[in-house]
Design a protein around this ligand. Structure first.
Ligand code: NAP
Length: 548
């Protein structure tokens, strides 16, 4: 069965709801859900009742009518009997709703409600010729309900329900796996959704696990539940229509990951080379324990077919640690990841073994080498910052034979990095040492290249207008290339200053695009089509600058 795409519409006025439904149809939805909690106010609200009838009669798409009471997270605060009577009435219209959504708790509370709902919908024991089916639902906005399995068991006993729906606020990605398991065990069409930031996977992968439908909002502000994607995201970025039970799953693991560019890039790449995969956000809360527990569960859930991940802040070091400590899988760690003490790419091979790599390191070195004619041998390069990115960049530079000077505001952090990379003995002639950091940033010594690995100059970062190095220091005779790892914005204050001096510049997109292309190749065995990642990254950056 194909998973339907349903656009929920909070009905403020019948006209605007019908207009939204028309837009939903144009955008590619199969179904709309009219949330009439604000339209219908209960006993005696004949205007609300007429509005609901008109929605059914004029809807451009088959519809679900939902009037969610306040006690189940909705806004309807009228009396229960008026709500159920409205459903009964709608079901007998010439153009009735295709579905009504009624809460399992409403049926459990009252035998009378249960009987009335059963009379209003089509089911095997219904003698009347009705066209409206029942979606029986259970929601929990506080978290995974303790009695979830019991609730589901009693919902299954309701033979009048054609579709069962469970939705709760997910506490972690591990809750998603439980929802997928529920879908796999379904005895009839089912909707199983996680709400909140951890829930995206259940919405994006609904088709893989044969869910009855997934919800997507018409526009970001129209979401009716936290974490709901837009229909454009679902259809264009995540290629929802092409996801099947055979589709392999990839993702970006980090915290936060909501604004990552990577899903746009990798999903488009999969489409371009005909790879049956989907790449989704995989948020994992900071800390070793959540990372370890979640990644092992993702790897252990065979039905997910989890084949790879980009791993970003704050988990790059955790990924390496997992590979070194876990004995339940066969791991192979690329030397670069060991040198850098961090990995950003997980690739699960067809034989089940897992390759860990660090694509930041060669991507950064390659990006810096380009304007220098491709050679870094013997070139002196200053690395600013001593965090995760600096570690990878310095390892990549040493690998290409550069001499590296690490500048960090906390000297002990620079010392740690330098000690670790010295011990790694990456390249025979390469050297690495510590540089200074003063009141106006790095105390730059003579160098040929410079790479900023701090978030200084990053939009939304701690110092968006600052440069990690005093622009006057860039005027030294032998400096030829200035590179930033920050890519939002592309023109950071440091890059602008370097351009003004006529120096070669490498903006942060170069490293991002190259490391992403290497990940893509590791997963698919194919190179992304020429220029595709670059075009997409620039489009997303331009769009996000416009909307910020
Ligand atoms: P990180 O592990 O937190 O390290 C950041 C480093 O910058 C630390 O040494 C930190 O020192 C230093 N720093 C932070 N704020 C500073 C300030 N105001 N003044 C001086 N030093 C400061 O972060 P990361 O993972 O290395 O990422 C750093 C940057 O690299 C980010 O902006 C990210 O966008 C970029 N990046 C880009 C790519 C790409 O593909 N283009 C890939 C990875 C990272 P303290 O520890 O003292 O704060």
């Amino acid at each position: 069965m194909t998973t339907l795409l349903c656009v929920p519409i909070t009905v403020e006025s019948v006209e605007s709801a019908l207009a939204d439904a028309t837009s939903a149809r144009t955008a590619g939805a199969d179904l709309v859900e009219y949330r009439i909690d604000r339209l219908f106010h209960g006993e005696g609200d004949s205007e609300g009742e007429r509005g609901a009838c008109r929605l059914c009669a004029e809807s451009p798409l088959p519809c679900i009518i939902t009037c969610r009471p306040a006690w189940e997270g909705g806004e309807y605060d009228g009396d229960e009997s008026a709500r159920i009577s409205l459903f009964e009435k709608l079901a007998t219209l010439d153009r009735p709703p295709r579905y009504i959504d009624v809460e399992a708790a409403a049926l459990a509370r009252s035998a009378n409600v249960r009987q009335k709902v059963r009379l209003a919908v089509e089911h095997d024991a219904q003698p009347r010729d009705l066209k409206t089916s029942l979606i029986l639902s259970a929601h929990d906005f506080a978290g995974r309900p303790a009695g979830l399995l019991g609730t589901l068991a009693s919902m299954r006993e309701e033979s009048a329900a054609r579709v069962l729906k469970v939705a709760y606020t997910a506490r972690s990605l591990r809750d998603m796996l439980e929802l997928f398991e529920l879908l796999r065990e379904r005895d009839r069409p089912m909707i199983a959704l996680g709400m909140g930031e951890f829930g995206a996977m259940s919405r994006l992968l609904a088709g893989k696990f044969g869910a009855f439908l997934t919800f997507a909002s018409l526009r970001p502000s129209a979401a009716t539940a936290p974490g709901q994607p837009t229909i454009a995201d679902l259809l264009l970025t995540y290629r929802f229509r092409s996801i099947s039970d055979r589709t392999a799953v990839y993702g970006v693991i980090g915290w936060p990951v909501g604004h990552s560019i990577s899903p746009v890039v990798h999903n488009a790449g999969f489409e371009a080379v005909g790879h049956d995969g989907v790449y989704v956000p995989m948020p994992i809360a900071p800390g070793w324990e959540p990372f370890k527990a979640t990644v092992l569960e993702l790897l252990g859930f065979a039905a997910l077919d989890f084949r790879g991940a980009s791993v970003t802040i704050p988990h790059k070091e955790h990924l390496l640690r997992l590979a070194l400590e876990d004995r339940t899988h066969r791991w192979e760690v690329e030397p670069r990841a060991l040198w850098a003490g961090a990995a950003n790419t997980l690739t699960r091979r067809a034989d089940g073994s897992i390759l860990l790599s660090n694509t930041d390191a060669p991507a950064a070195a390659g990006a810096l080498a380009d304007p220098l004619g491709g050679a870094l041998e013997g070139a002196r390069v200053s690395v600013l910052g001593a965090g995760g990115a600096a570690r990878g960049v310095a390892a990549g530079l040493l690998e290409r034979g550069a001499e590296v000077v690490v500048h960090a505001r906390r000297r002990e952090q620079a010392e740690n990095l330098v000690q670790q990379l010295r011990a790694a003995r990456i390249a025979q002639a390469a050297t690495i040492e510590i540089g200074g950091w003063g009141d106006s940033g790095a105390d730059l010594r003579p160098c040929l290249g410079l790479v900023n690995c701090t978030p200084m100059g990053m939009e939304g970062g701690p110092e968006p207008t600052a440069s990690p190095v005093d622009p006057r220091l860039l005027e030294q005779a032998d400096l030829r290339v200035v590179m930033d790892t920050v890519y939002k914005p592309l023109e950071t204050p440091m890059i602008r200053a370097a351009r003004a001096l006529g120096l070669g510049v490498v903006t942060g997109d170069r490293m991002f695009i190259t490391q992403a292309a290497r990940q893509f190749e590791s997963w698919t065995g194919r190179v992304p089509p020429s220029g595709l990642f670059e075009r997409l990254v620039h489009e997303v950056l331009a769009r996000s600058t416009r909307t910020d």
